[in-house]
Design a protein around this ligand. Structure first.
Ligand code: 13P
Length: 342
């Protein structure tokens, strides 16, 4: 195990004012995103879209790493270089999503367990050779009347821990992502309870599987009110309850914590992260930053809409969102910043 390499990778991922771009949507998820803007889901279109994002000028000022999909890590920019090389040339670390997706869990109606451990050791070795220095595995925890169950939390925690141990063996920093979904009409208090239980189980499983806490990154969901809940928590409450859940359950030894946006608006994703970093900095043993997909590039996708002539304007939209997220990671975001030009 090359602990020095992994420590350097993890530190670079959460470097001050930077965060991750999640561009690892499976082709099925891209189909959903593209259909919203009437773009055909073809390989050349997927490549062109990622090319537009990755060639945005100066994006390395805000983005420390990009999570790629298996197809994407093997693609190249129209300008020539393979995507991992293109990213490296801008000081950006390539990463790779390695899970096989969340599948319906037997005997657990409404719940899912993430698959993909079979053959993972060989795949990680190949990804390392392709340039990947970190990886991602996403587990999904649904909140409902009688869920999540202990069985669902435990199965997902176990898989996350097994995946993490395999990553570290391959000198790849694992991002552990147990996402508590925003869908439902539950209160923020219920989200808090489920998030704390999920994080505790995840780190207990990582300990049991001998995962090194110093060489992993947590990708957490924020503690928020369910999307359908009639009472929506304030930004200050989201920040306070998310920080409390993390402090109770995440080892201080971790090099950093990144967040997913999870269906929050672009502005809320930035405001919540900023509030945590401005109000609660003194309580935090780790840097807190972003690893957003939708909140970093859904606006750019709309601006691009599959048209070559929109390339530059879409890049400007992406660069703006990246700058907003960077400010949030420093606790300096405010809605007024949205109106300022870069
Ligand atoms: P969102 O920011 O759109 O939630 O996506 C982040 C991610 O990578 C989920 O796995």
């Amino acid at each position: 195990m090359d602990k020095k390499l992994m420590a350097e990778t993890a530190a670079a991922m959460v470097a001050s004012g930077k965060g991750l771009l999640a561009a690892d949507e499976s082709s099925a998820t891209v189909a959903k995103r593209f259909s919203g803007v009437h773009v055909e889901n073809t390989e050349p279109n997927r490549r062109a879209y990622r090319d537009m994002l990755f060639t945005t000028p100066d994006i390395g000022n805000y983005i420390s790493g990009v999570i790629l999909f298996d197809e994407t890590i093997r693609q190249a920019s129209l300008a020539g270089p393979a995507f991992p090389k293109l990213l490296e040339s801008q000081g950006i670390l390539p990463g790779i999503k390695v899970d096989g997706g969340a599948k319906d869990m037997p005997a657990h109606p409404g719940e899912q367990v993430t698959e993909g451990l079979d053959g993972l050791r060989a795949r990680l070795d190949e990804y390392f050779k392709l340039g990947a220095r970190f990886a991602k595995w996403r587990a999904v925890i649904n909140i409902g009347a009688d869920i999540p169950s202990a069985g669902c939390i435990e199965a997902n925690a176990h898989a996350l821990a097994r995946y993490s141990a395999l990553c570290q063996e391959a000198n790849i920093v694992p991002i552990v992502e147990p996402e508590v979904l925003i869908d439902g009409d539950h209160t923020i208090e219920r989200c808090f309870e489920v998030t704390e239980a999920t994080l505790r189980a995840t780190f207990q499983a990582c300990y049991t599987q001998r995962v090194s806490a110093e060489h992993m990154i947590l990708k957490a969901s924020m503690v928020v009110s369910g999307k359908g809940c009639s009472v929506q928590a304030s930004e200050a409450q989201v920040a306070e309850m998310t920080v409390t859940a993390l402090r109770r359950s995440v080892p201080a030894a971790l090099p950093g914590v990144v967040f997913l946006s999870g269906g929050q608006s672009d502005e809320k994703s930035a405001a919540h992260l900023s509030a945590m970093n401005s109000t609660h900095r003194a309580q935090l043993p780790w840097p807190l930053t972003y690893s957003y997909s939708r909140a970093l590039h859904q606006a750019a996708l709309k601006a691009w809409s599959g048209k070559q002539e929109n390339w530059k304007s879409a890049q400007a939209v992406f660069a703006h969102r990246a700058r907003m997220c960077s400010l949030a990671a420093q606790g300096k975001y405010s809605p007024a910043e949205e109106k300022k030009a870069a």
